[in-house]
Ligand binder design. Structure first.
Ligand code: PBG
Length: 351
């Protein structure tokens, strides 16, 4: 958002020096710098503007005490009562939505992710608490099994060791219904199993949750940039877990569009691309193809790398934060999930 700064000089320092004769030496019909020299003109012609309403803020929640996350500076594992304080801040800043990720200790993790179905589990209690205190916020829950599996995969493993698609989808349907019951406005399947959007839609409808939406992680790439997230979930040694048998190959843009098409056909309400900054081509191509809203997830590694370079004095944190988010919106995303959401909105006035 452009707001004139008090200290900003009205005349730009790089204004071309006046030439001696009245006649300009170049006869140019089009001088695009006329759109750039005056800060006010720059503000008027700006094509893309970030606003508080663009963002969904992801939060990590815990049964334990509040804990800072080493690889995600400024982010925390939050007990539910602290989460509520952060929700109040979202409301004050005009941010409309949040997404929850549970960080669970080893005793909650099993091969069959049974804790994901606990009707009194951490996510369920957090959803109930946020919904009761802040009904105006849009509550998104991540529907995946990886916070609950001891092997760290997003699905159940067959005896042969590979991820069992259809058994996983059945369990995800139960998780989605549980979250909808607890107040999730959007369930976000992030597992990349085939057919899960249609199955979840049917399960939600059958259980009377036809008003609960599906924000589908349609194009989720098998990315090395999820490292800090996996560490936050307590899967430090699984930072480099190989999920290529279900997540998209970073080389395949066309297949990402196919995935999105299938999710749209199966009833997804919003299509999500993840990571965001490295896949702007996918966001932009999807924007040409679908009439649905598009969300993009600026993932933990994208956040961490900007922070790491800024800590060394190599990059300007605020400028890079703003530029990275602006690029995601310019590519065509209406909704941006980002750990920067709160800081970015606080800083919008200075850009
Ligand atoms: C998995 C999930 C992942 C993220 C969100 N949900 C990582 C993974 O596939 O292992 C990553 C988000 C981030 O890196 O910020 N269900």
């Amino acid at each position: 958002m452009y707001l004139p700064q008090k200290q900003e000089p009205l005349q730009c320092r790089e204004m071309p020096a006046p030439v001696s004769s009245k006649q300009s030496p170049l006869t140019l019909v089009r001088r695009l710098r006329r759109l750039r020299e005056h800060p006010g003109v720059r503000g008027l012609v700006q094509e893309t503007r970030l606003a508080p309403t663009d963002f969904i803020m992801p939060f990590f929640i815990t049964e334990g005490p509040k804990e800072a996350l080493e690889a995600l500076p400024g982010q925390w594992r939050l007990p539910i009562e602290d989460l509520l304080k952060h929700c109040e801040q979202l409301v004050n800043l005009g941010i409309l939505g949040l997404c929850l990720f549970p960080c669970l200790g080893p005793k909650y993790k099993t091969p069959c992710a049974s804790a994901a179905l606990d009707p009194d589990g951490l996510v369920v209690r957090a959803l109930l608490a946020v919904k009761a205190a802040f009904p105006q916020l849009v509550l998104m829950s991540d529907v995946a099994l990886d916070p609950y599996t001891d092997h760290g995969h997003d699905g159940l493993l067959c005896p042969q060791g590979h991820v069992d698609n259809d058994a996983t989808v059945q369990q995800l349907c139960q998780v989605a219904v549980l979250h909808a019951q607890a107040g999730a406005d959007w369930v976000g399947p992030s597992d990349m199993m085939d057919g899960r959007v249609g199955a979840i839609r049917r399960a939600l409808d059958k259980s009377g949750h036809e008003r609960t939406g599906i924000i589908s992680y349609s194009a989720k790439f098998s990315s090395a940039y999820y490292g800090p997230f996996r560490q936050a979930l307590g899967n430090k040694e699984k930072r480099a877990l190989d999920k290529r048998s279900y997540q998209l190959d970073p080389a395949n843009g066309r297949q990402a569009l196919l995935e999105a098409q299938l999710d749209e056909d199966e009833g997804a309400d919003i299509l999500l691309v993840k990571p965001a900054g490295l896949y702007l081509d996918v966001i932009s191509q999807l924007r040409q193809k679908t009439l649905l809203p598009i969300a993009a997830y600026q993932v933990s590694g994208e956040y961490a790398q900007i922070h790491a370079a800024a800590q060394r004095g190599w990059l300007d944190l605020n400028a890079c934060m703003h530029e990275s988010l602006l690029a995601i919106k310019r590519a065509g995303a209406e909704v941006i999930l980002s750990y920067f959401a709160v800081e970015a909105v606080k800083g919008l006035r200075s850009f």
